[in-house]
Write a protein that binds this ligand. Sequence first.
Ligand code: GLN
Length: 199
Amino acid sequence: HIKIGVLAVQGAFAEHRQILEKLGVETFEIRQLRDLEQDFDGLILPGGESTVQGKLLHDLRLFEPLRERIESGLPTFGTCAGLILLAEKLSNDGHTYFATTPVTVERNAYGRQLGSFYTEENFEGIGKIPMTFIRAPLIQRASQDVQILATVQNQIVAVRYKNQLAISFHPELNNDLRVHQYFVEEIVKANQIQAKKAA
Ligand code: GLN
C-alpha cells in the first residue's frame, strides 16, 4: 500500500491526484502543517507558479519540514514549478527554494510567445511519451551525478537525482499514466524495499 502527499497550496494538484488514483495509489492534499502528521511514502510538487508556491510554503510554515523530508530521502516528484522548487540554482531569479536537486534552471525559458507547446519524445525506461510544456523552466545544467531521463531538441527536460524526479513538462495533463507509474515503481517502491532492508 502506497500513500502519496500532493502539495496543494496552488497549481495543478487535482490532476496529479487523479492520475495517482488511477494507478491505485492513495493520495492526500498537503495544505497545512497538520497534514504532515501522517505517514506517507512520496511527495508531489505540482506545476503552477513557483513564486506563489514558495511564498505560501513559507507563510504556512510547510517549507522547512518538507525540505527536511526531501533532503532525508522522501521520494519526491516535481513538475514544472515543482522542478523550480527543487532546483539548486535558478539562473534568472534571485530566489531558490528547496534547492535539493543539483541542477541549474532558467524560469519561463520557452518565452512568452512560445508559451506552451506539445511534443512526443523518448523518456528513459518508458519510451515515447506525450509532453505538454506551459511556460516551462529549462534545465540548463545538471551535475554529474544527476541522471538525464529525457531531452527535447537537445535540452534536458527530465532528471532523476537520488530520491528526486524533476521534469519541465506536465505529465498530469495527457491522460498517460506512465511517468507517474515510473515514479511509483522506480522511486517510491525502490525506497520502501531499501527501507525494509535497513530495518
Ligand atoms: N512559469 C512557472 C513558474 O515560473 C512555471 C510554469 C508551470 O508550472 N506551468 O513558476
